[in-house]
Write a protein that binds this ligand. Structure first.
Ligand SMILES: *Cc1c(COP(=O)(O)O)cnc(C)c1O
Length: 387
């Protein structure tokens, strides 16, 4: 569960105000370095996926950290992402309201009723139906990307049916054309199969697509899977920016550090139980610390009797069921004891030890995406950046 993290400096666990109950430290410098690594590996500019509040880390601070696009801040076109990727118009509106002038690509389908707002917000939509493409042109929309379904069966035009769009595309040319992989993290040939379908779809449209149309496909796992860089003109990493899923493949850094305060310490006698359902019982006298963190904060109930925390530099197990607002730890073995007010780290780094998002998610039988996105708004975010 505990693996050393040699990739960056320890980040303060102890510099939090005593009034903080539970919080998430987000290492913006680590996000920036992860973006640079993904960009270098892909060999093409990236669309930084910041949907779902940047996977729970906080969309606006992340977009600012990744550089540019905010008024008063020079746009570093060579360094910053080519665009930011969102899934909803509300997310795009939040970025525009905050003064973000960068390009915004919305990769999820919008309804026709949303297209006037998308135009007003200067969003580049992903479209795949002739009616939508015509409606986009009718509201005065310009750049759009053609989504092609090569096996995800979620959104986009079927790869073997896309030629039907040729007349529409000839009238309203897309700026880009893309697909999305369903299992790029598996070495099972499915990505290669989807690439083949994607190539055939483009070939079936070739005279309709403009020369220089921007081709893109790679999510974080696909970027990690390739030695020779991403094909096409762009790549769209999400989870890798936030230090997860492809961490081992690319040497990315932990970004998210979930911490909470110890609010009680007590001795539990031999045979006595801890928490709902009495799923944990003491063998001999055990020292139990109660921490101000529960599933209402996003520390999932599935981590009952499975999760761990770092307390005073030691890794200790969760004892019993995670409750809505509190979680108990067996701190009997913490060498110098622990006290009310101490900080427990449930995800991320404290000192030289790290509980990696991927390992915590695996312990909960969750995807790292769900674990990160599920960190609730009740948790304040604190941002660290030396830049
Ligand atoms: C979310 C998303 C991504 C990012 O995928 P990761 O696995 O998080 O890197 C890329 N493209 C599309 C269309 C997406 O919806």
């Amino acid at each position: 569960m505990l693996r050393p993290d040699a990739t960056s400096e320890p980040i303060y666990a102890d510099a939090a105000p005593a009034s903080l109950r539970a919080w998430v430290d987000v290492d913006l410098d680590a996000i920036r370095r992860n973006a640079a690594r993904l960009r270098a590996r892909a060999g093409v500019p990236i669309v930084a996926m910041v949907k779902a509040d940047a996977y729970g880390t906080g969309m606006l601070p992340v977009v600012r950290a990744l550089g540019a696009g905010f008024e008063g801040q020079p746009h570093a076109a060579t360094e910053g992402p080519w665009a930011f990727g969102v899934a909803t118009l509300d997310e795009a509106a939040t970025l525009r309201d905050a003064g973000c002038s960068a390009r915004i690509l919305c990769t999820s389908p919008l309804s026709i009723a949303d297209l006037p707002d998308a135009h007003r917000l200067d969003v580049t939509p992903a479209l795949h139906r002739a009616d939508d493409i015509a409606a986009w042109a009718a509201v005065g929309g310009s750049a759009w990307h053609l989504a092609i379904d090569t096996g995800m069966s979620r959104a986009g035009a079927r790869w073997d049916d896309v030629a039907a769009l040729a007349p529409t595309i000839r009238m309203h040319a897309p700026e880009g054309v893309f697909t999305h992989f369903h299992s790029a993290e598996l070495d099972d040939g499915s990505r290669q199969h989807q690439e083949e379908c994607f190539a055939r779809a483009r070939a079936s449209l070739h005279s309709a697509l403009p020369a220089g149309v921007l081709v893109h496909s790679d999510n974080s796992a696909a970027i990690a899977a390739r030695e020779a860089g991403s094909p096409g003109h762009l790549a769209r990493p999400g989870i890798g920016l936030y230090g997860s899923n492809v961490v081992r493949a690319l040497g990315l850094e932990q970004v998210v550090h979930l911490r909470a305060r110890i609010i009680d310490v007590r001795d539990v006698l031999d045979g006595e139980s801890v928490s709902y359902g009495a799923t944990w019982s003491a063998r001999g006298t055990r020292r139990i610390a109660t921490v101000a963190l529960g599933y209402a904060d996003g520390y999932r109930r599935a981590l009952s009797n499975r999760g761990h925390a770092i307390v005073r530099g030691q890794c200790v197990p969760v004892a019993g069921t995670v409750t809505m607002d509190m979680t108990m730890l067996d701190v009997t073995d913490v060498a110098d004891g622990c006290a009310v007010g101490d900080i427990a780290t449930f995800i991320g780094r404290d000192g030289s030890d790290c509980l990696w998002t991927d390992d915590v998610a695996a312990a909960a039988e969750l995807s790292p995406y769900e674990l990160l996105v599920g960190l609730r708004l009740r948790l304040p975010r604190r941002y660290r950046s030396d830049a």
